[in-house]
Design a protein around this ligand. Structure first.
Ligand code: NAP
Length: 256
């Protein structure tokens, strides 16, 4: 571009993900699936977690064939604490130590608070915050022992601002933000990184959306956001993205 002659001040020596073991929750579709695919491209071995056994098994086979990595499907309902902790045990038995935990699984409904059912309150809180806490608790010891590891919590821009019709969801994401930034203070000195990603609207099945319905003007694309997760994971060892908010950027041609 004319007038811009920007030279990199140093060459970034990125962290390699090859042969690392990563857990990606909510890997059956949407952002989690895109993250799993991006990490597989880097030679990262994967524990794929969600409820949809068939979607996970298909993805695992696809990634094994395309990238020659190890990928295992763990079909589990993360709203159940016992099942979540058992899943963490199975993952560690399968992979040995886990290097990366991406707490991505989540659910939410855009509707008035009084139209939510108590079962929906539980589903949102149990998956969006409690499962992230339980998995971190179960997988951190082996990270602490090796003095390395990275937990990335996928929150939302609603982790820092209110939105009517999403009260319980916003509460869960505010909690996830508090957990993520506070846990970081405890474990950072032991060589562990904890990061929080706050996306705006993403073009996925979330809240009963049909992918493709959200115009590129309004929504982030899962593949592009997965690239952002890759960037967060591959920062130099001496550098940490502790919190990052990402929104769709409207095209200048369509602005009022
Ligand atoms: P999505 O397409 O609906 O995917 C959600 C994932 O979470 C699925 O893989 C789903 O798998 C899994 N999941 C939900 N409940 C589960 C449970 N009880 N047990 C295990 N897995 C469960 O939504 P997404 O947009 O990719 O969402 C990914 C993350 O981004 C979520 O944390 C969400 O809150 C956050 N986020 C989304 C948006 C957005 O506009 N889409 C914006 C900001 C933040 P199964 O159904 O197979 O269990």
């Amino acid at each position: 571009m004319d007038g811009y002659n920007i030279k990199p001040i140093f060459k970034r020596k990125i962290m390699s993900l090859t042969n690392k073991a990563a857990v990606v929750t909510g890997a059956s579709k949407g952002l989690g699936r895109a993250i799993a695919k991006r990490l597989a491209q880097e030679g990262c071995n994967l524990a794929l977690v969600a409820r949809s056994a068939e979607a996970l098994a298909q993805l695992a086979n696809e990634l094994i064939t395309e990238h020659g990595i190890k990928a295992h499907a763990f079909a589990v309902d993360l709203s159940c604490t016992e099942a979540t902790l058992q899943c963490a045990e199975q993952i560690q038995a399968t992979f040995g130590a886990v290097d990366i935990l991406i707490n991505n699984a989540g659910s939410g409904y855009y509707k008035p608070f009084m139209e939510h059912t108590p079962a929906e309150h539980d589903a949102i809180i149990d998956v969006n915050i409690k499962a992230a806490i339980h998995l971190s608790y179960a997988l951190l010891p082996s990270m602490l022992e090796r003095r390395q590891g990275h937990i990335i919590n996928i929150a939302s821009d609603l982790s820092t601002r209110p939105l009517g019709n999403m009260a319980v969801y916003a509460a869960s994401k505010f909690a996830l933000r508090g957990f993520s930034l506070s846990l970081l203070q405890e474990v950072q000195k032991h060589g562990i990184k904890v990061s929080l990603l706050n996306p705006g609207i993403i073009d996925t099945c979330f809240n009963n959306n049909t992918p493709g319905n959200q115009s590129a003007q309004q929504a982030l694309q899962p593949d592009a956001l997965a690239e952002t997760v890759f960037q967060m994971l591959t920062q130099p060892q001496f550098q940490l993205i502790d919190e990052l908010t990402v929104h769709a950027q409207p095209s200048p041609n369509n602005q009022d």
